[in-house]
Design a protein around this ligand. Structure first.
Ligand code: SF4
Length: 457
């Protein structure tokens, strides 16, 4: 449920030190992305990436069938899941038939979307997330707060305390090297001895029937090369037509996500290991419905780089958990309402519409336009968050009438200029309550200034 995004964001902001540090940490990643994308061909790469994703979505059925044919011919078993429930059942059946009780999972936002971990845990199968950030939040009993940096909201001292509890590291150990070494020792044991490996996928290539997985830790590779069965859970929108198309996506993905020219491990898997099994579960879970809706179709182009989260002033200051959906930030705010409009009706309003997400998106998704479209649909469905309907009805009456709008502006400027700050910045005011300052209002509006200058009538 994310109808309570404002309340959850306010709770995050109560810890002002963490909120400021979270903001800075993500802005640091955004700046790395800026440096990495300072290439002469960058805008052309974005154009090409947007085109090839649009092509893939326009030819989705044919490309998926081509993928299935080629993958099957190489010994991979392909499954189709209409929704999360079917996905979880397919994965469970595969594991149960092989008496698997411990699974090494590598980062997959789709399995978060499908809530696979609790589903399997309830049936006696332990799933260990093997990406370091994912393991941290799993040990803490939390969901990831970011699609690329799942534990970005954790400080190293807090990780030290967590590892002391679970791995017996010294109580005051907070050196990243020492903590990473402890995690490596623990995860290596899991990766080498798990009964099965589950991974996500960054892409499927129709032309080769192969699956492509990018990680910086190599955990997916170790898991899939050790376990007797490898299950890939992947959304149907991850299909691309050719290896050349994939090359474009890989270039924009790593630079946008972490500011790296390429991720440390980019693995192409086209067949099971000798003596082992490989299964690919292709998951729809609402994607076909989104494809059929021209207004929101391009949300399916997302390659989950996280750049829109890192740049978003709302995400950076409200934390990923405030979105209460597996994918947070601007992209989550346009994906979640398609899954459950009522539960996530606050998310399209969790944006200033500054457009920064659109500016950084490597596949040029126009997120602000979709946020606005969702707001319209939510209003039409009479599902506006609490209090919004009354406010918008009044504001609508004012902004639709120039005389009233200009008069309201004059009164607001006077109030901001002449009323005592203590009166304006009381606890009643959500703007100042969150620690913001009230700017000094100008004496005249921009339009009044332009009129005086003779630039408009
Ligand atoms: S919407 Fe664009 S910027 Fe955001 S995660 Fe997806 S691809 Fe990256």
């Amino acid at each position: 449920m994310s109808a309570g995004h404002p309340e959850a964001a306010a709770a995050f902001l109560n810890d002002s030190e963490r909120a400021a540090w979270h903001d800075q940490a993500l802005w640091f990643v955004r700046q790395r992305r800026d440096r990495a994308t300072d290439l002469p061909e960058w805008e052309a790469l974005r154009d090409r990436a947007a085109e090839l994703k649009a092509y893939a979505m326009a030819n989705l059925a044919g490309l998926l069938e081509a993928f299935e044919t080629r993958a099957t011919a190489s010994g991979v078993t392909v499954h189709w899941a209409r929704d999360a429930k079917e996905h979880n059942r397919i994965v469970f059946d595969l594991l149960r038939q092989r008496s698997a009780t411990r699974v090494a999972k590598s980062k997959s936002m789709l399995t978060e979307e499908c809530q696979l971990n609790p589903y399997l845990a309830a049936r006696g199968i332990e799933v260990v997330d093997t990406d370091l950030g994912e393991r941290i939040v799993q040990l803490a009993g939390e969901a990831p707060s970011h699609i690329v940096l799942p534990a970005i909201h954790w400080k190293k001292e807090e990780v030290g305390t967590l590892f002391h509890t679970h791995f017996g590291t010294p109580a005051d150990e907070s050196s990243p090297d020492a903590l990473a070494a402890a995690a490596r020792e623990h995860l290596r044991e899991v990766l080498l001895h798990a009964d099965a490996a589950i991974t996500g996928a960054n892409a499927m290539v129709a032309g080769t029937g192969g699956v492509v997985i990018c990680t910086n830790e190599g955990n997916a590779d170790l898991g899939m090369h050790s376990a007797p069965i490898h299950i890939v859970s992947v959304g149907i929108e991850k299909i691309v037509a050719t290896l050349d198309d994939l090359g474009v996506l890989l270039r924009v993905l790593a630079r946008s996500a972490t500011g790296q020219p390429i991720t440390a491990y980019t693995t192409h898997i086209t067949a099971p290991r000798p003596g082992a099994e490989m299964h690919v579960v292709l998951v729809d879970n609402g994607r076909s419905a989104r494809l059929a809706d021209p207004e929101f179709r391009s949300a399916l182009h997302c390659i989950r780089c996280g750049a829109c989260l890192n740049t978003c002033p709302v995400y950076r200051r409200s934390g990923g958990h405030s979105y209460q959906y597996s994918i947070a930030g601007p992209i989550g705010a346009i994906l979640a309402p398609a899954v459950d409009l009522d539960a996530h009706r606050a998310l399209p309003f969790a944006s200033t519409l500054c457009g920064s997400c659109k500016d950084v998106c490597p596949v040029r998704i126009d997120i602000p336009v979709q946020l606005l479209a969702w707001r319209g649909r939510i209003a039409s469905a009479n599902a506006l968050p609490k209090g919004y309907a009354a406010i918008f009805a009044r504001l609508g009456g004012i902004v639709a009438d120039r005389t009233r709008f200009e008069s309201a502006g004059r009164w607001a400027r006077r109030a901001l200029r002449f009323l005592p700050p203590a009166l304006l910045a009381g606890r009643w005011n959500p703007w100042t309550r969150a620690g913001r300052e009230l700017p000094l209002a100008p004496a005249q509006s921009f339009r009044e200034w332009a009129r005086r200058e003779g630039r408009v009538e």
